[in-house]
Ligand binder design. Structure first.
Ligand SMILES: [Zn+2]
Length: 131
């Protein structure tokens, strides 16, 4: 029922990934863990920028640009190594729109948009070095 999809006010956080967003992330990742690039049919949907702060970017955090598909083990590794996760774009600080932050997949540095797109970008370290 189209009219029954409005979830605002039901206690469901706007920053949680909807089924549609998870589907978009899974398709973008081609069903692979975006950390190790191996098949992850039962992978976790990781929030690059943690949710739940109630800030103005909360709605952005529920979009595909903030999500990556990860194995549970890879997810745990990134949670346990936040500095490395942040350096590679798998972790984004509060208040920054994740789709503007490059992430390093095995194919190289990219930007993840909110529609499931992947756009190649420069190595951010090089950008900083030449700036
Ligand atoms: Zn993995």
């Amino acid at each position: 029922m189209p009219g029954s999809s409005q979830r605002s006010g039901t206690g469901v956080s706007v920053s949680a990934f909807s089924w549609d967003v998870k589907h978009t992330i899974f398709e973008r990742a081609e069903g692979r863990c975006e950390w190790c690039w191996l098949a992850a049919p039962d992978g976790d949907f990781h929030h690059r920028c943690a949710r739940g702060m109630g800030g103005s970017l909360d709605e952005v955090l529920g979009r595909a640009g903030n999500g990556v598909l990860l194995h549970r083990g890879c997810h745990n590794y990134l949670e346990a190594n936040p500095d490395r996760a942040r350096a590679l774009g798998f972790r984004v600080d509060q208040g920054i729109d994740p789709k503007t932050v490059p992430i390093r997949l095995l194919t190289g540095w990219v930007l993840l948009d909110d529609l499931g797109g992947v756009v190649g970008t420069d190595d951010p370290v090089t950008v900083v070095a030449t700036g």
